[in-house]
Structure formats: structure tokens, C-alpha cells
Design a protein around this ligand. Structure first.
Ligand code: UDP
Ligand code: MG
Length: 322
């Protein structure tokens, strides 16, 4: 064989899909037109996260007409984090990218991302929304607060407006696969593994079709998960609270004894006493609750349950349970 012929580099695109039958055809057409323009090989890894609509049959159609399409279909809905992890475990490209199926992560950014990686100065190019148009005001406000808090208390850098959409080199993708924790928070994981990351700003794009899968409550729990997974600050806060309360109560006790001795003034009022007892009871329960959150996470981690179970795929070699 001619040794001058260079092997074409390959991009693996991971696309988690949950009830995306409306957006998938649009996404597929758009992403193919971008990939065909790029001078490299590709594989499209669609992960069907237990969809209840026609997503799987659409994916099978794609796979039938295009040998570069791979689909991994979960036995139930495991969540976007598990879907992304399944993609990472089964991607073998030189570059790996994660994209939403709803075109909120514009495929047209891919060529520029690739050329930045090829320039050699960066290991990953991540997208960052500079606006949040189309999002409810309260949700945007809470999201901003969340990023401020988590960056203050966690050692992983988590950028405000960061999306999961990024293109990374093989080395970084391998590191992400190595992070095999059960409670996954990808934005934190990407920050934690490090590597040189270029942040590419872009204007927010609204969903092409279908509806967001994140209810307000789901997002709130995801944010709390992120904090617990990447910071011990809540535990520290409850310890400091406990210590503060102890000192305060000692001080108050001393004040009451002195008042009794000097002025012979008996302390009146059970109402204030009840308030103090309730307050302390509240703080204690709150602290136990925080501790419980960490213990619950430890409990789940220690069971070593698989992240996902694949019930159907067109890839013989796919890691079916992982
Ligand atoms: N998704 C998934 N499993 C889920 C929820 C969402 O695979 O349980 C996928 C979804 O199909 C989409 C991506 O994750 O491709 C992002 O979801 P969505 O667009 O609903 O989130 P948003 O962009 O509103 O944050
Ligand atoms: Mg979306």
C-alpha cells in the first residue's frame, strides 16, 4: 500500500434522542450537509433513550440508507447523561462531539471547531450561549445564579451558558470514558478532566421542533445534583452552622446566668424557648438532609449498577451493558 496516503481522520458525533421524531429528519439532513462538506470521515451515533414515539424506526431508516449511522437503543429512559456516556463508550473517532437532536447545537459550527482543534493549540472546543432568548426569564435568572454558586464552591470550572455541545480530541474523550461515576454531570466532568478548551460563543437557537424534555423541577434537581457531585460545600456549610449555633447558645446561656445572678430576673416566656427549639431542630434536620444526599449518592455508586442497557443496535461490537 502507498504509505503516502494518509488515513482520513474520523469524527464521531453522539446524538442523544428522546422522543425526537419531529426534529430528527431536520437534524439529519442538516448535519449530513455539513459533514459532507468537511474533508474527513464521520460516524453518527444516535442513542435512543427509551423514546415512546417513532424515534427508533426513524433511526433504523437512517441506518439502512447510510452505513455510517449507528444506533444504540436503550431498554428504557436512562436520561441524557447516560445516553451521552453510551455514545462516548462506543465512539472510536479521532474527534468526538456531542450534539442535541433539536438543532439547538448548530451543526454549522462543526467545521470551525475542527479547524481550531487542528491548529494544535486546543484539545477541545466547547460552545457557549451568549444569550438565552426564548427561555423563560425566571429559568435564565436561576441558571445564572446556579453557575455563580457552583463556580464559587467547586473545583471544576463550569462556564455560564456552557452547552454539552463540544468537539474534543480522542485523548479527552478517553478521559471522559474513564470517569465512570454513576451520578453523572457532564458539564462538571468536562471541566474536571481539564485539557485546553476554547470557548466558542454563539447566539442561542430555539428548538427546531418538538418540546424540551426538561421540566422546571427536573432542571432544579439536575442543578442540585451538579452541586453535590462536584462540591463538598453543603457539608461544610452545615458544619459551620452547627459550630456557630453551639457558640451562640453558650453565649446566650452565659448571658442568662449572669442576668439571673446580678438582677435575680427569672427568664420569662416559653414562646421564645419554643422558637429556639424549633429553629435548632430545623437546622439539624436540614444538616442531616444534606448528609443524606451525599450518603444516597454513595449508596448508588456502591451498587455498581450499569449506566445503561442497550436492547437493540446495529453495531455488533457495541458495549451493550455498561
Ligand atoms: N434527551 C435524552 N434523554 C432525556 C432527555 C433528553 O436523550 O431523558 C436528549 C434530547 O432528545 C435532546 C437532548 O437530550 O437531544 C437535550 O434535550 P432538550 O432539548 O429537551 O433539552 P434543552 O435543550 O431544552 O436543555
Ligand atoms: Mg434542546
Amino acid at each position: 500500500m502507498d504509505s503516502n496516503i494518509q488515513r482520513q481522520e474520523k469524527i464521531s458525533l453522539i446524538v442523544p434522542c428522546y422522543n425526537e421524531q419531529e426534529s430528527l429528519p431536520l437534524f439529519y439532513r442538516e448535519v449530513l450537509s455539513v459533514l459532507n462538506e468537511m474533508a474527513c470521515d464521520y460516524e453518527l451515533i444516535f442513542v435512543n433513550d427509551g423514546s415512546k414515539d417513532g424515534t427508533l424506526s426513524i433511526l433504523k431508516e437512517f441506518a439502512k440508507e447510510n452505513p455510517r449511522v449507528c444506533y444504540l437503543s436503550f431498554s428504557r429512559n436512562f436520561g441524557k447523561e447516560s445516553a451521552m456516556y453510551a455514545g462516548f463508550c462506543n465512539a472510536d473517532g479521532d474527534y468526538v462531539s456531542v450534539m442535541d437532536a433539536d438543532m439547538q447545537d448548530p451543526p454549522s459550527l462543526l467545521p470551525e471547531m475542527l479547524s481550531i482543534l487542528k491548529s494544535g493549540n486546543y484539545d477541545s472546543v466547547a460552545s457557549r450561549r451568549v444569550s438565552r432568548t426564548g427561555e423563560p426569564a425566571l429559568r435564565s435568572w436561576l441558571a445564572r445564579k446556579f453557575y455563580r454558586i457552583i463556580n464559587r464552591i467547586s473545583d471544576a470550572e463550569i462556564i455560564d451558558g456552557a452547552r454539552d455541545f463540544r468537539l474534543m480530541k480522542r485523548e479527552m474523550a478517553d478521559a471522559v470514558v474513564q470517569m465512570g461515576e454513576y451520578n453523572r454531570f457532564s458539564k462538571g466532568i468536562f471541566g474536571w478532566v481539564g485539557f485546553r478548551t476554547y470557548w466558542m460563543p454563539y447566539e442561542n437557537v430555539e428548538r427546531a421542533a418538538g418540546e424540551t424534555k426538561w421540566s422546571f423541577w427536573k432542571l432544579f434537581c439536575y442543578a442540585i445534583d451538579g452541586i453535590i457531585n462536584f462540591s463538598h460545600a453543603p457539608l461544610h456549610i452545615s458544619s459551620w452552622c452547627g459550630m456557630g449555633m453551639t457558640f451562640l447558645s453558650l453565649f446566650l446561656l452565659l448571658a442568662i446566668v449572669i442576668r439571673r445572678l446580678c438582677f435575680g430576673d427569672p427568664v420569662a416566656g416559653w414562646a421564645s424557648l419554643i422558637c429556639v427549639i424549633l429553629f435548632l431542630g430545623g437546622v439539624q434536620l436540614f444538616s442531616i438532609g444534606i448528609m443524606g444526599q451525599y450518603i444516597a449518592k454513595m449508596y448508588l455508586e456502591s451498587k455498581h449498577r450499569p449506566h445503561y442497557i442497550i436492547s437493540e443496535t446495529n453495531q455488533e461490537k457495541a458495549k451493550k451493558i455498561f
